[in-house]
Design a protein around this ligand. Structure first.
Ligand SMILES: [Zn+2]
Length: 113
């Protein structure tokens, strides 16, 4: 769990110990033994400490540097894997061949009769 919040000027950073200034962004994260852990204790970090602890991601978008506390949200995988696709293709080809063969045989038996 990571929550980005705006300081009311009351919270102290658990990293550097400084008071997080009013209106400054800070991070709320649960940690155990210094690493992110859902069963840990709630810690507050100023942006600088959050960055030091690698909780901050920066990326450049349209020439602007964007700082985010959150992990990139991974898009749900909607495309099928290569393996699945090739399996499907094979199955399709197999059924196609089968139906062609069936027609051939049917045609032949038709002639013979
Ligand atoms: Zn700090």
């Amino acid at each position: 769990m990571r929550i980005g919040s705006i300081s009311q000027g009351k919270n102290k950073c658990d990293g550097c110990g400084a008071t997080i200034r009013y209106a400054e962004r800070y991070l709320i994260v649960k940690e155990k033994g210094g690493v992110e852990n859902e069963n840990g204790v709630i810690r507050h970090y100023c942006v600088r400490c959050a960055a030091e602890k690698k909780y901050v991601q920066t990326r450049t978008e349209k020439g602007e540097r964007i700082v985010t506390f959150f992990k990139e949200i991974e898009k749900p995988v909607i495309t099928k894997s290569e393996e699945e696709l090739s399996e499907e293709k094979e199955a399709r080809e197999r059924s196609l061949k089968k139906s062609v063969n069936a027609e051939d045989e049917g045609g032949r038996t038709g002639k013979n009769e």
